[in-house]
Design a protein around this ligand. Structure first.
Ligand SMILES: CC(C)(COP(=O)(O)OP(=O)(O)OC[C@H]1O[C@@H](n2cnc3c(N)ncnc32)[C@H](O)[C@@H]1OP(=O)(O)O)[C@@H](O)C(=O)NCCC(=O)NCCS
Length: 203
């Protein structure tokens, strides 16, 4: 079967042309990526590092704005990462996404808040408009082979261990160990993989 016939059967005529346009846009904007579907919104591209094989659905939004001097990369996306539709990732200090991570649709990942709410300080007053508060950041790490379900929020300071799974609609506020399943808001571990029995066990 020809490539065009495969495309036609899977996406139809309009979908095939759209895909070809997406491939061209990817070549121009993200030469190292596999496919970044339009529309995409990327701000602070020079502070973003994306390794090969990156694939996304439409509506990807990446924001990278280092607040400290030095202009270092603040958003790193590893090899063969797959991101579905309308995902927003925002970094001002450090967001690291490992290799082969799968991120479902409508996921939000950020390393910062508008203000710091842990202790005293003039910028913590609710009388300061949110846009004028000093940004407070803590790095986020999403390790290799993590799967993040639909509509999840990963908040500042969180590390998610290798091979972990985050259930749909969860809000991740604390670290999640490797090879665990965590669900809910706030996300809590409900299962852990036992490598001796090769089975997921309830926690
Ligand atoms: C996390 C997930 C993989 C767990 O699957 P599972 O291990 O078969 O889960 P179980 O049905 O055994 O559930 C274990 C417990 O967690 C709860 N739970 C499962 N997923 C949950 C979720 N997303 N939010 C809240 N609780 C959840 C179950 O109700 C159950 O609770 P109980 O012990 O009180 O009955 C699955 O529920 C999920 O959320 N998948 C994401 C799907 C998705 O986003 N797909 C996008 C494609 S990229």
């Amino acid at each position: 079967m020809s490539t065009f016939q495969e495309l036609y059967e899977r996406y139809g005529v309009l979908g095939s042309f759209r895909l070809l346009g997406d491939k061209l846009a990817t070549r121009i904007s993200f030469p190292q990526a596999r496919l970044v579907r339009r529309p995409f919104y990327v701000r602070g591209k020079r502070w973003i590092q994306i390794d090969g094989g990156f694939t996304t659905g439409p509506g990807l939004r990446l924001d990278a704005f280092p607040t400290s001097s030095g202009g270092k990369v603040v958003l790193r996306i590893g090899r063969d990462v797959q991101v579905n539709d309308y995902v927003h990732i925002a970094a001002i200090e450090s967001v690291t996404i490992g290799n082969r991570v799968l991120i479902a649709s409508k996921v939000f990942i950020s390393d910062h808040n508008h203000g710091s709410f842990k202790g005293e300080g003039p910028h913590e007053s609710p009388l300061v408009p949110p846009q004028e508060r000093v940004l407070a950041s803590v790095p986020v790490v999403i390790s290799d082979d993590v799967w993040i379900g639909e509509s999840v929020a990963v908040l500042p300071g969180v590390s998610i261990g290798r091979g972990a799974i985050i259930g749909a609609m969860s809000v991740v506020t604390r670290n999640i160990p490797e090879y665990c399943i965590a669900v809910g808001s706030p996300a809590r571990v409900v299962k852990r993989y036992n490598f001796e029995t090769s089975a997921w066990e309830r926690v």
